[in-house]
Each structure stands twice: as structure tokens, then as C-alpha cells.
Ligand binder design. Structure first.
Ligand SMILES: [Mg+2]
Length: 120
């Protein structure tokens, strides 16, 4: 069971992801709708894991990943990607992303990925 922060600008995505994570017994401690708020909440809450959407207004998921990892090298950040974002996925790997989950969400995939990242 982990304390998880969801960062995603889509209310629908946040709701679906929260439901899945809770089904696996995790606690969604907060949500943020852009990278700026996500970064502030990360520092306040120090979650065990962050799910990070890539495309968001104000500060996107790549920028937010970079600023989180800059001061928290061991932060566990799982990127949420859509089809056609291969370049951004590569950049996220370079910047320390733990794993990827692709939209549309697949419950079993998310369960496996989260378990794997938490066990690292
Ligand atoms: Mg988005």
C-alpha cells in the first residue's frame, strides 16, 4: 500500500486512475491539475509515488519530473503517456522516470507497473 499523488490536467483521467489505484489498495493522497501544483504538492506531501501526465498546461509532466528529480533523486515517478509520444518518453527516461503507463488505462497493466516500481 502506497501514498500516491496523481498529476493530470484531465479530471476524467484522475478519477479513473484514482479508482484503479484504490482498487489495488493504494491511497491517493492528493491530485494536481498541472505540473506547477504537482511540484508544490510533491514537496508538501512527499508521496511514495507520483503518476505524471505528460501534456498539461502551465508546467508539463516532463518539466515537473525534472524539478522533482533535481532535489529528490529517489522520487518514484510513473509517466502517463498517450500514443505518439515516443520522443517525450525517451526524454522522460533520460530524466529519471521510473516507468510508463499508456492511456487508455488498463487496470492490470497499472497494477503491475505500480507494484514493480514500489519494489525497486
Ligand atoms: Mg493531459
Amino acid at each position: 500500500m502506497a501514498r500516491i499523488l496523481i498529476v493530470d490536467d484531465s479530471r476524467t483521467s484522475r478519477r479513473i486512475l484514482k479508482g484503479i489505484l484504490e482498487e489495488f489498495g493504494h491511497e491517493v493522497i492528493d491530485e494536481a491539475e498541472n505540473g506547477e501544483i504537482g511540484y508544490i504538492k510533491y514537496n508538501e506531501l512527499k508521496p511514495d509515488l507520483v503518476t505524471m501526465d505528460i501534456t498539461m498546461p502551465k508546467m508539463d509532466g516532463l518539466e515537473c519530473l525534472k524539478v522533482i528529480k533535481h532535489k529528490n533523486a529517489d522520487a518514484k515517478v510513473v509517466m502517463i503517456t498517450a500514443a505518439g509520444q515516443k520522443d517525450k518518453m525517451m526524454e522522460a527516461i533520460k530524466n529519471g522516470a521510473s516507468e510508463f503507463v499508456t492511456k487508455p488505462f488498463d487496470k492490470e497493466e497499472i497494477g503491475k507497473v505500480i507494484t514493480r516500481v514500489l519494489s525497486e
